[in-house]
Design a protein around this ligand. Structure first.
Ligand SMILES: [Zn+2]
Length: 321
């Protein structure tokens, strides 16, 4: 894996019950595996893999929403470590666990879970030390939207000055509720909802055509492409945006060196690699952002000629480095 490409903070977002948490776990396993050279997935047999498999690797930290329960000594704020064995058990049982299932498991009655200031302080304390196993370190934050703003601000300081080899994987069901400052420091991966229709061949063709023109440095062709897109019906245009986001997500996983998370059809693997090799972290962040904005604008019946033209030039500019 070209682990050097990996952003030190990645936000996985998806609807509750979809694959965001399993994907983050699988990436964490990959980061921590000590025999991954030349492989696309964790080896599954090294010492590190054996530990991450049971979620007991000393450099794999968890932050999840909790609250006061009988398990927490009176007089201090509850933190994830108070519930760690229950959390490990929950993950081993079902990595698609929902928020309510978790609260039921930790028996906090009808209270809402929170990620409080004590949690952030605890995490800062842990990060003062070097990784135990001397390699990388992963902090998985499940449902960062439950973070108290004061805790989020503490976390922000670490995200601003990441220490090498430390990776934050955030898994959110409501990324719009995160502090914009947190969101902007993360590479954002939208995990497709379960049952999402995979991109059609036409979706691939439309996107590849644009990418080829951009990579060949042919702005004139880009205007023709935008014109073709503008002539499609609104539903077709929306479909293109949604497919493009899905396809770019696949390319991003290939770019990161984790094609096992990309679910690329084997027939498309070589092509995906070829595109991914020409892309950068900034490209993915900026065009995915633009595509999401474009999707919102299409809902509002904007002039699609202008929309696709500016979208196409955003692609063009983001690829010229
Ligand atoms: Zn391994």
């Amino acid at each position: 894996m070209r682990i050097g490409n990996l952003s030190h903070a990645i936000l996985f977002s998806a609807e509750e019950g979809s694959g965001a948490l399993p994907q983050a776990l699988s990436l964490a396993k990959y980061i921590l595996c000590s025999h991954k050279e030349g492989k696309n997935t964790a080896c599954g047999t090294c010492d590190a893999c054996r530990k991450t498999h049971n979620f007991v690797h000393p450099d794999f930290h968890f932050v999840v929403p909790v609250n006061r329960s009988a398990a927490v000594p009176a007089g201090r704020a509850p933190v994830t470590d108070d519930f760690l064995s229950l959390w490990r058990e929950a993950l081993l049982e079902n990595s698609l666990i929902t928020e309510q299932e978790w609260y039921k498991k930790i028996d906090i009655e009808n209270k809402q879970g929170l990620i409080g200031v004590a949690e952030a302080a605890n995490l800062l304390h842990k990060l003062k030390y070097k990784p135990f196993e001397g390699g990388s370190r992963v902090i998985l934050i499940w449902l960062p939207e439950r973070m108290h703003p004061a805790a989020a601000n503490k976390l922000l300081k670490i995200l601003e000055e990441p220490s090498p080899g430390t990776y934050f994987l955030l898994v959110s069901h409501r990324p719009d509720q995160l502090l914009p400052t947190i969101r902007s420091r993360c590479m954002h991966i939208q995990v497709p909802p379960a049952g999402q229709i995979p991109p059609s061949d036409e979706g691939y063709m439309q996107l590849e055509k644009l990418l080829d023109l951009c990579l060949a440095g042919k702005p004139a062709g880009i205007i023709d492409w935008a014109e073709e897109m503008a002539n499609l019906g609104r539903e077709e245009q929306k479909k293109f945006i949604s497919y493009a986001l899905q396809i770019l997500r696949q390319y991003y996983m290939v770019f990161l060196g984790v094609p096992s998370l990309a679910w690329v059809d084997p027939a498309r693997q070589t092509k995906a690699q070829r595109y991914a090799d020409r892309m950068s972290d900034t490209f993915f962040t900026s065009v995915c952002d633009r595509l999401n904005t474009a999707a919102l604008r299409l809902e509002r019946n904007v002039n699609s000629r202008i929309l696709f033209c500016s979208l196409a030039f955003d692609f063009f500019l983001s690829l010229q480095r």
